[in-house]
Write a protein that binds this ligand. Structure first.
Ligand code: NAP
Length: 359
């Protein structure tokens, strides 16, 4: 079977209806795409950037099974993308989804910045993006020394000094990556203990280019044309110290890309999409997977597991509910949560398919 990648090619004036539309092409969305396409469902994957999500910006993935030597995040994402395409999933990149709405006939309308498509079932895998610190200078120096992507910008800091803010896996891994270029990397963490995986910590502590600034939070980024300094404050002593740096990389956590889902599906306090164990959201026919789902583990392996289960459940839903049938239009919670959105049409409610999650 030939590749069927359609990148950014909406059809003007036409509203296509797919069996499944997947929002987001990170590991979760691409895995769901592989499973749906192999199930011979017409499948469209929409991605606001380039396919791959966060991992496409990761230099080396070492903890995804099957790659004992590790694999570059870009290569892993590219393999997933080609695998989904090879089974017939369509992918449209640089396409931002603006809204998702249930329609009276039981389908869903998805509006992007370029077109409107319809879906009989939807899988949400919009992923997350870097949290902003909000300190003075952060917004001002974007592109002039402030970054959230060491893989993208690291090479600009050859022979320079940079600060990385955060103590999780991203901060430690990306800080280590930056030591390939920078002469010195300050890692500024608000506690005296890192959150990152132990093996990553061991490597970072052994790297002579890394200097740890414990119990400290960033207060201000200063410079003229480019970043020249980062003020950090010790949270125990209140002492303020100025680090002479050319760049500041923030890895202080993530926020889910779910603003477009407000009032559509139930989300938790932090905006992550709530699902049941079968990846069903509060809106029947809509499933969620990956980092934007309210789950306890943000890992590629988890996203892949999420994505496969969401795809299997979406297909079970399609098997039991043909949205083109009259009377199949009432949307209701799939798992007993509050009704987030009610469709206008009346009619008998389709039962949400359940059952064990075997492919
Ligand atoms: P994270 O695990 O949420 O860590 C964020 C770090 O920033 C924490 O150390 C936190 O401090 C600190 N922080 C939070 N708010 C702050 C603020 N306002 N000012 C200063 N520091 C602040 O985020 P992440 O490292 O981006 O990772 C996100 C998820 O992806 C995690 O589940 C992680 O395990 C996963 N991930 C995995 C890998 C891998 O498996 N190789 C790689 C990257 C990411 P505290 O520790 O005090 O809370």
């Amino acid at each position: 079977m030939g590749l069927d990648i359609r990148i950014n090619l909406p059809k003007p004036g036409e509203t296509e209806t797919y069996d499944v539309v997947i929002v987001g092409a990170g590991p979760a969305g691409l895995t769901a795409g592989i499973y749906c396409a192999r199930g011979r469902r017409s499948t469209l994957v929409l991605e606001r950037n380039m396919a791959g999500g966060q991992i496409a910006l990761t230099e080396l993935v070492e903890n995804y099974p099957g790659f004992p030597e590790g694999i570059s995040g870009f290569d892993l994402a590219d393999r997933m993308k080609r695998q989904a395409a090879q089974f017939g999933a369509e992918l449209r990149e640089i396409t931002t989804v603006a809204s998702l709405q249930p329609e009276p006939d039981g389908c869903f309308s998805i509006t992007t910045d370029q077109e409107r498509v319809r879906a009989r079932a939807v899988i949400l895998s919009p992923g997350v993006e870097a949290k902003r610190s909000g300190i003075p200078g952060e917004a001002e120096f974007v592109g002039r020394g402030v970054s959230w992507c060491a893989t993208c910008d690291g090479a600009l800091y050859k022979g320079r000094t940079v600060a990385v803010v955060g103590g999780g896996d991203s901060a430690v891994e990306e800080g280590m990556f930056l030591t390939k270029f920078a002469d010195k990397v300050y890692l500024v963490h608000r506690r005296d203990e890192l959150r990152a995986e132990k093996i990553a910590q061991e490597r970072a502590f052994a790297n002579p280019k890394m200097e740890f600034v414990w119990d400290s939070v960033p207060r201000r980024i200063a410079g003229s044309q480019m970043v020249e300094a980062l003020d950090v404050q010790n949270v125990k002593t209140q002492e303020v110290r100025t680090l002479p740096v050319n760049g500041v990389f923030f890895y202080i956590g993530q926020v889910p890309n779910t603003a477009f889902l407000q009032g559509v599906v139930e989300r938790d306090e932090a905006g992550y999409i709530r699902t049941d164990d079968l990846m069903r959201t509060s809106l029947c026919g809509v499933f969620a997977c990956g980092d934007a789902r309210s789950n306890p583990l943000k890992q590629i392996a988890m996203a892949v597991g999420d994505g496969s289960l969401a795809a299997v459940q979406a297909q079970r839903y399609l098997d039991e509910l043909d949205c083109s049938l009259p009377g199949a239009g009432e949307h209701r919670p799939a798992w007993g949560g509050p009704v987030a959105v009610k469709a206008e049409a009346a009619g008998p409610s389709p039962a949400a398919p359940a059952g064990p999650a075997t492919p």
